[in-house]
Design a protein. Structure first.
Length: 337
């Protein structure tokens, strides 16, 4: 999708896309469906051939009934345009109820209008002035409106679909935490003379991630499921959002053991507060969180080491060093020898 958008930033591609969108919107949607073109005030020369013949027959019949108004008959005939003579020559006695005399008189009128229409000038007949409508103005404004609407709609679609730059979304707190974990440097246990763990992860908490609860599946090198481990929020202090986390739980589950082992990592304030410490005592052994702190959890067949890679306390109205703004832990698991 991004490649397509980049292509349409080229003015040539953008113009082609705008033209296509304009045609799609203008012809089928606006021109044929929403505002179909309606013709008014058309002339006889614009009629179908059969309707032109009907019109010519009516003009001849009217002339035969009112022979003194040959000027009107000629005007009607001339309104048929270039097809008038051809249509007149093609008429036969009996067509439209006309006889041979009617056709002959009208043909003479068309071929020699001056001689035949002298009677008209000698005996004028009062006529009623027919109002003349201005043709084409309404249609012209309709066409202009359609064109403008097509341009506006096509331009808007082109802008919103192709040219408008998408807003850069701010990564969520959880996504920012994952990025911190991804860039954190893991311990090279072989370099320090330790056995390489069978599993090793980084996990990061950042203030605002009130649903923080990271867990991992522990598998053997052959893919056998051995257990699970993880870190979650254990205790918060104060009120309001986001939570002010003062303690975390690190836990280890072994499929070959009967219970899950848990240890509590506490802020300086929580570790030294007897009320909080007493409340969390039932959750497991307690440890003070400091940079580089390591805690070990053991089950029947697994050993987990949690190391504090990075930490930072939040600041505000609560007691100093009472809640975490950020905490990154490294979890490493070995089979128990």
């Amino acid at each position: 999708m991004n490649k397509i958008i980049e292509k349409f930033r080229n003015p040539l591609y953008a113009a082609i896309a705008g033209l296509i969108i304009g045609l799609i919107v203008g012809l089928p949607l606006l021109g044929w469906w929403i505002w179909p073109v309606q013709w008014t005030d058309g002339e006889p020369k614009d009629l179908r051939s059969d309707l032109k013949i009907d019109y010519l027959c009516m003009a001849i019949d009217s002339q035969m009934r009112n022979p003194l108004r040959s000027d009107i008959a000629l005007s009607r005939f001339e309104s048929l345009g270039e097809d008038g003579l051809k249509l007149l020559e093609g008429l036969k006695p009996g067509d439209c109820g006309l006889n041979e005399n009617d056709l002959t008189q009208f043909r003479l009128l068309v071929k020699a209008p001056t001689a035949i229409t002298q009677a008209t000038t000698m005996a004028p007949v009062p006529t009623q002035e027919i109002p003349v409508k201005k043709k084409g103005i309404g249609n012209a404004w309709t066409i202009v409106g359609l064109c403008l609407t097509t341009l506006v709609v096509g331009g808007a679609l082109l802008y919103f679909l192709l040219l408008r730059k998408p807003r850069q979304k701010t990564p969520s707190i959880a996504a920012q935490a994952q990025e911190v974990s991804r860039t954190a440097e893991q311990t090279d246990y072989e370099a320090v003379g330790q056995e390489e763990p069978i599993a090793q992860w980084m996990t990061t908490y950042m203030q605002g991630d009130d649903l923080y609860d990271d867990s991992f599946s522990i598998d053997s090198p052959t893919g056998e499921f051995l257990g699970e481990c993880g870190v979650g929020i254990s205790e918060s202090i104060g009120v309001g959002d986001p939570k002010k986390v003062t303690a975390f739980e690190v836990w280890l589950f072994d499929k070959n053991d009967t219970q899950t082992v848990t240890k509590v990592l506490m802020s300086e304030h929580a570790f030294n507060d007897p009320v909080i410490s007493q409340r969390l005592a039932s959750k497991g052994d307690q440890s003070l969180v400091e940079p580089g702190t390591k805690v070990t959890l053991e089950t029947a067949t697994l050993v987990l080491e949690a190391r504090v890679v990075d930490m930072n306390y939040g600041s505000g109205a609560l007691p100093a060093n009472s809640y975490f703004d950020r905490l990154t832990l490294e979890l490493a698991v070995w089979p128990k020898g």
